[in-house]
Design a protein around this ligand. Structure first.
Ligand SMILES: [Zn+2]
Length: 342
């Protein structure tokens, strides 16, 4: 596998002579007007411009996760101020529960009214039935089968449950006969959609084709991969100086996929570790831009667009499965240790 490790650092190829690129895709789960602004004030003041996802419309039934939607006027006004200051606004499905095609189209229309254009980028909300090529369909062939069976074994309480979003085999965004189908809408209105997240700080290592078109999953124009950092502690781990040194030495790119609303400023009080970590990052010679702008740049730098081929897809899927397995083994080991201590 090609990496730049062990070689001389690559010549800077980022705008302004920056030596690496860094951004965050902020999954909107649990974000409110209490816990959101303290985090974004820090980011904006330090010069970061990131991608904040939203739910355009209020839940019409029980919410799955919790968090504000753009139906709340004050919350919308705050998100619009973020957009005006240079942050990108992304899409996290219509709302905090599954939405049919009709609701999705209405939510995208509402998004356009609120933010002036269609979203350029988005990611599915966990468990939403309209998720695009999700569950086992994230993977191909035997890997898909393996993932499906491993998921069923890992979560025996979930797979056959009757609830609308409980069955990970039943995601339907790309299935034309489903009421949840919106693949053609995604293709017509959104450029970038997320599939894999990896542990590597430099997402160009596991996904050198970033962003890529996968002919086997054609409703998505360009898939993006990201670095997995779901909550504050993994985000702080990602910002560890040694990992950032490596990102910089490799001239790499990091798109951290995180949920800033979960525990960065619970009850509005900023975790004391967050701002210092972001200050240290801001002091480095990075290009701090939004996710779509980073992905646009990668496409421009590449010049020609080559669709993902079977070998590249296989490498990426294997790498992702490896990351999943290591994470699962790690958490199983941690649980076993905790049990022994009890
Ligand atoms: Zn979510």
């Amino acid at each position: 596998m090609q990496t730049t490790r062990g070689r001389r650092p690559a010549a800077p190829s980022w705008p302004g002579g920056a030596r690496f690129a860094f951004t965050i895709f902020d999954d909107t789960d649990m974000t409110t007007l209490v816990n959101g602004p303290p985090v974004y004030d820090v980011l904006t003041d330090l010069g970061f411009r990131i991608t904040k996802s939203v739910w355009p419309v209020a839940p019409s039934g029980p919410p799955r996760t919790g968090g504000a939607t753009c139906a709340d006027r004050d919350y919308l006004a705050w998100v619009q101020r973020l957009q005006a200051s240079g942050h990108e606004i992304g899409y996290h499905n219509a709302s905090d529960h599954p939405s049919t095609r009709e609701s999705t189209v209405a939510a995208l229309d509402a998004f356009r009214d609120m933010f002036g254009a269609d979203p350029r980028i988005g990611a599915d909300h966990s468990g939403n039935l309209e998720a695009m090529y999700w569950g086992p369909r994230r993977l191909t062939g035997a890997r898909s089968w393996l993932f499906d069976h491993a998921s069923a074994l890992a979560r025996p309480e979930r797979p056959e449950a009757p609830g609308p979003a409980a069955n990970p085999r039943h995601f339907q965004g790309e299935v034309p006969t489903s009421p949840y189908f919106w693949g053609d809408v995604l293709r017509d209105r959104i450029d970038y959609w997320r599939n894999f997240t990896f542990t590597d700080v430099n997402v160009l290592n596991p996904c050198p084709q970033l962003p890529y078109h996968d002919p086997a999953r054609p409703y998505v124009n360009w898939w993006f991969a990201a670095t997995q950092a779901p909550t504050l502690v993994p985000l702080l781990d990602l910002l560890d100086p040694a990992r950032l040194d490596r990102l910089e030495a490799e001239g790499g790119a990091c798109i951290a996929y995180t949920h800033l609303g979960v525990d960065t400023a619970p009850d509005g009080r900023l975790d004391p570790r967050f701002a210092p970590a972001m200050e240290r990052l801001a002091a480095r010679p990075g290009w701090f831009t939004t996710a779509s702008s980073l992905l646009d740049h990668l496409r421009e730098r590449r010049g020609v667009d080559v669709p993902l081929d079977d070998a590249a897809r296989r490498r990426m899927e294997r790498r992702w499965l490896g990351d999943q397995l290591r994470a699962r083994t790690g958490s199983e080991a941690r649980k076993a240790i905790a049990r022994r201590r009890r």
